[in-house]
Ligand binder design. Structure first.
Ligand SMILES: Nc1ncnc2c1ncn2[C@@H]1O[C@H](COP(=O)(O)OP(=O)(O)O)[C@@H](O)[C@H]1O
Ligand SMILES: [Mg+2]
Length: 396
């Protein structure tokens, strides 16, 4: 790590300053979020954001890039993702093009050989020409490591990635380096600020969690959600926006397949503003319900609940506390994920089924540097480019 520069992030001087700067960039963070982000910039640890869809996880990383003036590099994870799409690939097309152009030269090299074996040997002596950085196509992880300027690396929805990719991430997150057998180990020029997000469709490994600062993002409290709504300039009057926030909070308490997120509150407010609504009644809300509720069964449930949610006794007048007997979802604890908030429930079930017992044991990846780890990491690498086939080893 001797060549790695530690880039302090001078722009963030304290937790309060962090919150303020995020606010200046349009992101409203609470104290807990501000603390985690501030600590991340000081401790140079990756942050893992977990929580339901639409609570501002991705946006937090994007805002971190804006606040720190760093470029954002994003790795969007998905099921079945090949590690070559995350790390690097050999640019096969470019290699081929060069061999075509250099056909004559290559012909000269092998001209005096007598058989195929000799010719192949002769060519392979020149492997390093074709497996050099010139022909390396960096994917987000390598790009973040080799970047000339400090970056924010967003590894988005890591819970969608397969375990093999998670194992690859471990090396990166603990060593900030990537080993390429044909070239060597590439160390980070500047330590990236790394943000991982997870929608909790499956548990992440203990080994991954151990390397990160951890933050659960949940739906915001009513004041912060209203603040966010105001900051988006939806065009909806404040008093109506406050009521709308309460109604959305009520909807989140229903057992919906997909609970409405902050972005949906924003969309609903914009919709109502466009319609020129100056009073929230059951008709206009149910007419526009599809903006916030996306499944037919949810529509029915939400539709039935609307009159109750609209009941004056259930609505908090502006500027007052929550003295009413109606309960508005303050019970959303930060400790538990929202089973109904994932926007990809089918995928979730599939992955849950795949989640083999015991896989999250602390020892799954072995102790750092242990043999187990390298064995695990080497699994699933056969699908790398032809160059790396069989040749690729990771440092232990
Ligand atoms: N704290 C916040 N401040 C400002 N806007 C927010 C905040 N949280 C969420 N949002 C809004 O909600 C939208 C959805 O957030 P996003 O980051 O995409 O959610 P997630 O990645 O958690 O699914 C964002 O584009 C942003 O407009
Ligand atoms: Mg996201």
């Amino acid at each position: 790590m001797s060549t790695t520069t530690t880039d302090a992030v001078p722009v963030l001087t304290s937790v309060e300053d962090t919150i303020e700067q995020f606010r200046d960039h349009g992101y409203l963070a609470d104290h807990r979020m501000g603390t985690t982000v501030f600590l991340q910039t000081r401790l140079e640890k990756p942050v893992l954001l977990e929580g339901p869809a639409g609570v501002g996880k991705t946006q937090l990383a994007q805002s971190l890039a804006e606040v720190t003036g760093r470029r954002l590099i994003r790795l969007q994870c998905y099921e079945g993702q090949d590690e070559s799409k995350a790390l690097y690939e050999w640019d096969y097309g470019k290699q081929l093009l060069y061999t075509q152009i250099l056909r004559e030269k290559i012909g000269q090299i092998v001209s005096d050989t007598t058989d195929l074996t000799e010719a192949v040997d002769r060519i392979s002596a020149h492997d390093s020409v074709f497996f050099s950085e010139r022909f390396l196509a960096a994917r987000p992880l390598l790009e973040a490591i080799t970047s000339e300027d400090p970056v924010v690396l967003l590894i988005d929805e890591v819970d969608r990635a397969d375990e093999a990719l998670e194992a690859v991430l471990l090396e990166l997150l603990s060593e900030f380096q990537i080993s390429i057998p044909e070239i060597g180990t590439v160390r980070a020029k500047h330590l990236p600020l790394v943000v991982l997000t997870s929608n909790n469709t499956r548990d992440l490994s203990a080994a991954l969690k151990r390397r990160c600062l951890h933050l659960f993002l949940d739906y915001p409290g009513p004041e912060r959600e209203l603040d966010i709504l105001r900051s988006k300039e939806t065009g909806l009057r404040d008093a109506l926006a406050a009521r709308l926030v309460e109604i959305v909070r009520g909807l989140r308490e229903l057992e919906l397949r997909k609970a409405p997120s902050i972005s949906e509150t924003i969309d609903w407010a914009r919709t109502l503003a466009v319609l020129g609504v100056d009073e929230l009644d059951a008709t206009v809300l149910s007419d526009t319900l599809s903006v916030v509720v996306k499944y037919e069964r949810d529509m029915r449930r939400a539709g039935e609940a609307l009159p109750r949610l609209l009941d004056p006794n259930a609505v908090v007048p502006e500027g007052h506390g929550h003295g009413h007997d109606h309960h508005h979802g303050h019970g959303h604890s930060h400790e538990h994920p929202h089973p109904h908030s994932d926007d990809d429930l089918d995928g979730r079930e599939v992955r849950l089924a795949k989640d083999s017992p015991g896989r999250h044991d602390t020892d799954y990846y072995g102790a750092p540097g242990g043999l187990d780890r390298s064995r695990q990491v080497n699994q699933g690498q056969g699908s790398r480019s032809f160059a790396g086939r069989g040749a690729r080893k990771r440092p232990v």
